[in-house]
Structure formats: structure tokens, C-alpha cells
Ligand binder design. Structure first.
Ligand code: ADP
Ligand code: MG
Length: 611
């Protein structure tokens, strides 16, 4: 752009840039005296860890998008206002607090789509060729037998008066065999590693009816009854029964050499300190105890774990990572959010790749360093653009200035900025005094809990499950949403979707394939609980910290901003909780047009005019 055109902009033109954990948001505005005219906004993923030099690329790109949209060049800007994005890693670590090992081939619990027959049976495992013996027998059938052959052999044994009580098949033939048998007996199929099934052992197999799950093998006392277990053996078998909960079918084999060992890994203790006090909590005591200890303290000076334990390693890792990124050595942990969760743990000695869900504590730790790295970012940005770059005040303070552009809002006001890595709160009183707090744990933690508790091993799918509602494909022309409403399709769905639970994104339906057969109800429950555990907890924590006299009841109005305020249920969950304290809370609408987005960037521009 030449200088003539430049003079056609009589205003001071500034950009507000908000570098977040997840996204970089920009607004470009022209300022003349008291008038601010917003020209354009842009949003792109943050490059690198927030508050590190890697952010510069993403900032430049986002600025470019906004500048193009405003039909200006970046060099036309008279200033770029940066939020004071002190580097924050919200490392999330899952520390399993107990781990189970099942030694020897003691169990199969899996979930074939179509087991055959139904019921519960016990018997001695025998190869299909050797089933003619006295007593109850469970036939074990390798892949080379076809279903007709299997049915013939078993029917012949029935005719001769032998008691075949159940069948374990390698192939997916359960229904085909069941349909040809003279008696209804449970048949488990799709047992991949059938050669690992020990022969001549007492086994129990159970197949549930359509729409039901097994009841006996998933109950430790059920197993105790079937295998005449002593109380101490019953205790040992709990992980087996636990891993079978929710299955359509299961097999448990009592292998005298098989053994169940449940071993507690030393989870370790976490020590948290503010400037006056120090508290130490054993992670095994769970999230609630950790958070009680946390809330008894003010702003953390640091947190650490015992050496040689899980937490010790995790917190050490976080600090090391931050130190590498910034080149600074003295890294401190400023906040910790702990959440109880479950993680899938592979059961060793399992035959079909089973896993058990084990208790775990998920920790999000926030690391902060000095302003130094921010100044490096500002310098690099200024060199690359030739524009004056200024680091403005604290992020939450900027967010509150931005949030106040929400129509109908006024001072005194509190905000909750719910992002990817952190949940921030700030409050402004009648006189314009601002108090703010940054706490760890936000959208990414929710995604992580969903991914782990549903054993998805697919972060992108977990993110979609978080963001969009679920539906069940009842028929290929018929979609039933989680709220009970029904939609008729104009065109039949892909047959692959039949009877599946899907995520309904604006573009398309995404089928959910999890480790276990996941019901819509289960997915919904995990999703909602994850959101509550992170955001309702953090909203209460954050608001209590900024509330006058530390009493949340002294807050009247709350505006929610940030990416996670776009969520279809999080703002409602928080509003409901806050209603108990007679607080009015709702999603922000920055400048009456941006929804809960762009609060910090907008605040930076307002601050530039005022300051
Ligand atoms: P930050 O300020 O930390 O960069 P943002 O304010 O951009 O974070 O928020 C990012 C978070 O918002 C992510 O965890 C993302 O999953 C979540 N998010 C973005 N859009 C939506 C949506 N439509 N529904 C629910 N969550 C969303
Ligand atoms: Mg943010």
C-alpha cells in the first residue's frame, strides 16, 4: 500500500492479539478519540506452547487473515497489543492408582456382536473332537471347523446322552451354530486366540439376550459360586468380574496355573505450598482430597511429588518440558486440578485383548514463568512486522474489558474465560478495580477424560463427542437423537451405520467405534460427567477466589467467554450450579456480534484506547 492510500486512514489502527493455549485470536480496529471501529477478526490454532517463541508464526498468520479482511497491510498498523501470555503448560497426566495383572490364561471377556444361544454354563473345556466324556463339557472349536460340522458333532453327542453345556468358537459363527443345535446353550464366538484357551479346565461361559448384558460372570459373588472360591480368592477375582461388566458375553476359565495379582503402584504424594503453608496429600486418596487441600491454600508457590513415584515423575516432566521450551530454569507450578477418572489397562494374560478399567487420578498442572519469554515474542513480532508491539496487562483483565461489550452487561461483573488449557476468572467492581485468577484445567482435559473413560484411543473422536450431540441410527431412514427427538432421513444412510451410535456434527454423522460396545446412554453420561468434573469444579474454584471477601454469594452477574463457552451444555451446567447462589450467569456476546469469542483481543483494543 503506498503512502497516499495510507493517509486515507486518519485513525490510529491497532490489532489486539490473544495467544491462547488452543487458539490465537485477533481483532483489528481503528481508534479515534473515544470511538473504536472494529474492522475485522480472525482466529487460527496457536502454534507451539502458549507463551513461547513458536507462537510468532501463528500470530503472523492470524494477523494476515485479519488484515486481508480489513483490506490493509500489517505494516499499516500503528500498534499490536499482545496479551501477557505467561507460558502455561497444562500438562495432563493420568496416574493409575492401582494396576491389575492377571497371570496365565485365566479369562476371556469380550464382546462379539453376535454370540449364539444364551444362558450360563459351566463345564470342562475339551477340544471339539473329544467332547464325548462324562460330566459337563464346554466344546472348544478352532477355525478349521465350519458351523455345520460343529453343529453335527454336538448334536450327535447330545443324542448319545453327553452333556455339552456351551461352546467357544474361534470364528464368527455363533448364531449359525446355535440355529442348528437341538438345545439352547450359550455360544461365545470370535475368540481370536483360541489356542490360548487351556483344555481340561473348569470354565464358565455366559451369553446375554439381545439388549442385555451378562449378570453372573460380571459379579464377583457369581464367580465365587460357580468356582467355589474362598473369600480371599473372591477378592482376587474382582478385576476379572469388573472387566466383564457391560459385555454381551464372557468366558472365565479357572486355570490352576493362572493367578491374579493386583498390585498397587506407588502413586506417591503431592506437596503443594503457598507462601505460608505446605500440604501433602497421598494421590491414592483421590481427587477430592487433593482439591480440598488445594482450596485451603492461596495462590500456589509451587507443587512437587516424591521422587520415584508417579506424581513425582509427572510434575518433574512438566517442569522439565517448560524449562526446555523457555530456556529458563526456575519453573514453578501455579495450580493443580485433580479429577478422578478411569483408564483402560490391558489385562496381561487375557485371551482376546481384554482390558480392565482402573481407577486413576488425572492431574492438570499449570506452570508459569516470568515475563521474559513474552518479551522475546514481542521483539520477534516487531522485527518481522516493523510495527510497534506492546505487551498489555493480564489476560483475565483484558477479557473482562472485552466481556463488558456484551449487550446488557455492566459493572460490577465477573467473567469466566473457559479455554483449552486454563479456566480464568476476573471480577470488576463499580470503580473499575479488577481482580483475576488463572486456574489449570479446561476443554482439553474434558476431551482427555472422554477419550480415556470410553477407551477410544482417538483424541479427535473424543473432541467431536465433546462438542456435538449423539444419536442412534434406529433404521437406515431414521435417526433418534439423545433428547428423544426423531429425524427421518431423505436418503437412506450407509448400511455401515445401522444400529450404531453416531455423533451428529454439522457436516456429517460420525459412527462411534469404541473398545467396548458403547451405548448412547453411557457415552452421554461420561461426556456430561467429564464436563462437570472440570468446568463446574473450576467455575466454583475460580469465582470463589475472585469474589469479594472470598464469598461467591457476593457475585451477582457472570459472563462466560472463551471457546468452551461455545459448548452446547457447559454454560448451562455452570448457570444451574450458580443459580444455587442466586448468581445470574450466561454466555457472553462480545461486541454484540462475536458470541463468547474474541473477548481478550477486544479488551486489548479497548485498553489501548484508554491507556
Ligand atoms: P485458549 O484461549 O486456551 O486458546 P479457546 O478459548 O480458544 O482456548 O478455547 C479452546 C477450547 O474450546 C478447546 O478445548 C475446544 O475444544 C473448545 N471448543 C471450541 N469450540 C467449541 C464448541 N463449539 N463446543 C465446545 N467446545 C469448543
Ligand atoms: Mg483464552
Amino acid at each position: 500500500m503506498d503512502s497516499l492510500q495510507k493517509t486515507s486512514y486518519p485513525y490510529r489502527m491497532v490489532a489486539g492479539v490473544d495467544i491462547g493455549n488452543s487458539t490465537t485470536e485477533v481483532v483489528i480496529a481503528s481508534i479515534m478519540e473515544n470511538d473504536i471501529k472494529y474492522l475485522s477478526t480472525a482466529i487460527l490454532p496457536t502454534t507451539g506452547v502458549k507463551g513461547t517463541i513458536q507462537n510468532v508464526d501463528g500470530v503472523l498468520e492470524t494477523l494476515k487473515v485479519a488484515a486481508d479482511q480489513a483490506s490493509i497491510e500489517i505494516s499499516d498498523l500503528s500498534a499490536i497489543m499482545l496479551n501477557e501470555a505467561t507460558p502455561v503448560i497444562s500438562e495432563i497426566a493420568m496416574e493409575t492408582i492401582s494396576q491389575t495383572e492377571i497371570i496365565g490364561s485365566s479369562m476371556i471377556g469380550h464382546n462379539p456382536d453376535t454370540p449364539g444361544g444364551r444362558g450360563i454354563a459351566t463345564g470342562i473345556t475339551r477340544h471339539i473332537e473329544n467332547i464325548r466324556i462324562e460330566g459337563d463339557v464346554i466344546a472348544v472349536v478352532p477355525a478349521e471347523y465350519d458351523f455345520e460340522e460343529v453343529a453335527e458333532k454336538i448334536n450327535a453327542a447330545f443324542d448319545e446322552g453327553y452333556s455339552i453345556t456351551g461352546v467357544i468358537l474361534k470364528k464368527d459363527d455363533g448364531v449359525l451354530v446355535a440355529n442348528r443345535l437341538k438345545k439352547t446353550i450359550p455360544i461365545v464366538d470370535e475368540v481370536l486366540n483360541i489356542e490360548k484357551v487351556p483344555l481340561g479346565m473348569k470354565a464358565a461361559i455366559e451369553v446375554a439376550g439381545n439388549g442385555e448384558t451378562i449378570k453372573v460372570l460380571s459379579n464377583p459373588y457369581g464367580l465365587a459360586t460357580l468356582f467355589s472360591l474362598s473369600p480371599s480368592e473372591t477378592k482376587d477375582i474382582i478385576p476379572i468380574s469388573k472387566s466383564l461388566i457391560g459385555n454381551r458375553s464372557g468366558v472365565v476359565i479357572k486355570n490352576p496355573e493362572g493367578n491374579v495379582k493386583s498390585e498397587k503402584i506407588p502413586a506417591g504424594s503431592i506437596t503443594m505450598a503457598d507462601k505460608d503453608r505446605k500440604v501433602r496429600v497421598d494421590v491414592l486418596e483421590g481427587a477430592e482430597k487433593i482439591m480440598q487441600a488445594r482450596s485451603a491454600l492461596d495462590e500456589l508457590e509451587d507443587a512437587f511429588g516424591d521422587q520415584g513415584t508417579n506424581v513425582g515423575a509427572m510434575l518433574g516432566r512438566v517442569k522439565e518440558q517448560m524449562s526446555e521450551l523457555t530456556g529458563l530454569s526456575d519453573i514453578k507450578i501455579k495450580d493443580v486440578l485433580a479429577v478422578d477418572t478411569f483408564v483402560p489397562v490391558k489385562v496381561s494374560g487375557a485371551i482376546a485383548g481384554e482390558y480392565a478399567m482402573e481407577n486413576a487420578v488425572l492431574l492438570a498442572a499449570m506452570v508459569k514463568t516470568s515475563r521474559l519469554p513474552m518479551e522475546k515474542i514481542a521483539q520477534a513480532l516487531s522485527e518481522k512486522t516493523g510495527v510497534y508491539v506492546k505487551i498489555e496487562g493480564q489476560e483475565a483483565n483484558m477479557a473482562i474489558l472485552g466481556a463488558l461489550t456484551t449487550p446488557g452487561s455492566d459493572k460490577p461483573l465477573a467473567i469466566l474465560d473457559m479455554g483449552g488449557g486454563s479456566t480464568d476468572a476476573a471480577i470488576i467492581d463499580k470503580h473499575g478495580n479488577i481482580k483475576s485468577v488463572h486456574l489449570s484445567g479446561a476443554g482439553e482435559m474434558v476431551t482427555m477424560i472422554i477419550n480415556s473413560e470410553l477407551a477410544l484411543e482417538d483424541k479427535e473422536l473424543a473432541e467431536l463427542i465433546k462438542k456435538y450431540p449423539l444419536a442412534k441410527v434406529d433404521s437406515l431412514l431414521n435417526l433418534r437423537f439423545e433428547d428423544g427427538s426423531v429425524k427421518f432421513m431423505e436418503e437412506p444412510l450407509d448400511p455401515d451405520f445401522y444400529a450404531r451410535v453416531v455423533v451428529v456434527t454439522p457436516e456429517k454423522l460420525i459412527p462411534i467405534r469404541g473398545g467396548k460396545k458403547l451405548t448412547l446412554e453411557k457415552i452421554r453420561l461420561v461426556r456430561r460427567e467429564a464436563k462437570k468434573k472440570v468446568f463446574v469444579t473450576n467455575a466454583m474454584r475460580a469465582l470463589t477466589r475472585v469474589a469479594p471477601d472470598g464469598n461467591i454469594r457476593n457475585i451477582e452477574f457472570v459472563v462466560m467467554v472463551g471457546g468452551s463457552a461455545l459448548d452446547f451444555e457447559i454454560p448451562e451446567m455452570i448457570s444451574n450450579e450458580l443459580a444455587n447462589y442466586r448468581i445470574v450467569a450466561g454466555r457472553g456476546n462480545i461486541r454484540g456480534s462475536e458470541g463468547p469469542r474474541n473477548a481478550v483481543a477486544t479488551g486489548l483494543v479497548i485498553h489501548a484506547r484508554e491507556g
